[in-house]
Ligand binder design. Structure first.
Ligand SMILES: Cc1cc2nc3c(=O)[nH]c(=O)nc-3n(C[C@H](O)[C@H](O)[C@H](O)COP(=O)(O)OP(=O)(O)OC[C@H]3O[C@@H](n4cnc5c(N)ncnc54)[C@H](O)[C@@H]3O)c2cc1C
Length: 285
């Protein structure tokens, strides 16, 4: 009989790595599957700001060395006319600006150190369902495809939701999320000619005209390095998200136009409340 894992976790993002690590530390035999390479799992569209309280809440050590780019004391939120702003500071508002690739590598390493078996460059194609229970997943990598069996499966595949979308029918379990609950976002890392005026704060600009259902952000990552981006509620986006981003900079923060772009990429962010039911038969999402 082929091997049956206690737990199979799909997706080695923050959620998947932490779920896999926690289960392995508690004695389960865990397999973590990720379509990207373990080295590059953290390379993704992100604002790179992680609240300090998240590290405290889940008992994760703070980023240090090359994983830590910068620290923010809080955020300043601007009204649509730019005339009013509020500074939110204090314990709950402190954030680390991380090197996202290094942060991702660390999370994978911590899972491996806890005894998790890691299959990177491997994509889950679909769940295998028997008697209305998830009992295995179909996987493929560059060389072959196969079936991986488990007792319980965790869908940590982010917005792609490969298991949730194909989960067994269970009353109250939502397989899809509404497009109004998704934000389409685009961000760039840019180098400025001059230092940022106050680089100890992140900046958020609210505008239903420029970012319907979302906002523009500017997060310092160093004295002249910034992560800037914009999110728009997907159901209200009437043009490419990058066009919203470019239009905001052109009209509101034109001084950013001179800054050199190091990297630009976009992705979806789920912004809804937690799902009502996160458990299906043999599956946790
Ligand atoms: C532009 C942008 C900016 C953001 N800024 C911030 C920020 O500043 N601070 C913050 O805290 N959050 C931010 N977020 C949100 C944050 O990135 C997400 O909440 C977080 O990444 C979710 O983590 P996750 O582990 O659930 O999913 P993900 O990080 O999406 O991880 C899912 C993983 O599953 C893998 N995967 C997917 N499908 C399969 C499959 N079929 N088989 C195998 N593997 C698969 C993917 O490759 C990926 O590695 C931002 C998001 C975006 C898009």
């Amino acid at each position: 009989m082929s091997h049956i894992y206690d737990l199979v976790v799909v997706g080695a993002g923050t959620g998947g790595c932490l779920a896999a690590k926690t289960a392995a530390k508690n004695g389960l035999n865990v397999c973590l599957i990720e379509s990207k390479s373990g080295e590059k799992v953290g390379l993704k569209a992100c604002g790179d700001a992680v609240g300090k309280h998240h590290f405290d809440n889940i008992g994760l050590t703070y980023p240090t060395g090359s994983e830590l780019c910068w620290e923010l004391e809080g955020v300043e939120v601007f009204s649509p006319d730019f005339k009013t702003s509020f500074r939110i500071a204090g314990l709950g508002a402190k954030a680390f600006m991380v090197n996202r690739v290094e942060f991702g590598r660390r999370l994978v390493k911590e899972a491996l150190d806890a005894g998790v078996e890691f299959m990177d460059k491997t994509t889950v194609l679909k769940p295998i369902i028997e008697n209305n229970y998830v009992v295995a997943v179909k996987v493929k990598n560059n060389v072959s495809s196969g079936i991986l069996k488990g007792r319980i499966f965790v869908d940590a595949s982010g917005v792609s939701a490969i298991l949730r979308r194909n989960a067994p029918e269970v009353p109250g379990f939502e397989k899809t999320v509404d497009s109004g609950d998704l934000e389409i976002a685009y961000r760039e890392i840019r180098v400025l000619d001059d230092e940022i005026h106050d680089k100890t704060f992140g900046y958020i600009y609210l505008s239903q005209e420029y970012a319907p259902g979302g906002y523009f952000w500017l997060f310092p990552k160093g004295s002249n390095l910034v992560n800037i981006g914009l999110g728009v509620q997907f159901s209200r986006a009437s043009m490419e998200v990058k066009n919203y981003f470019t239009r905001f900079i052109r009209d509101k923060l034109p001084w950013l136009n001179k800054a050199k772009v190091l990297d630009g990429r976009g992705a979806f962010v789920p912004t809804r409340r937690p799902l009502n039911n996160m458990v299906s038969n043999g599956l946790i999402v």
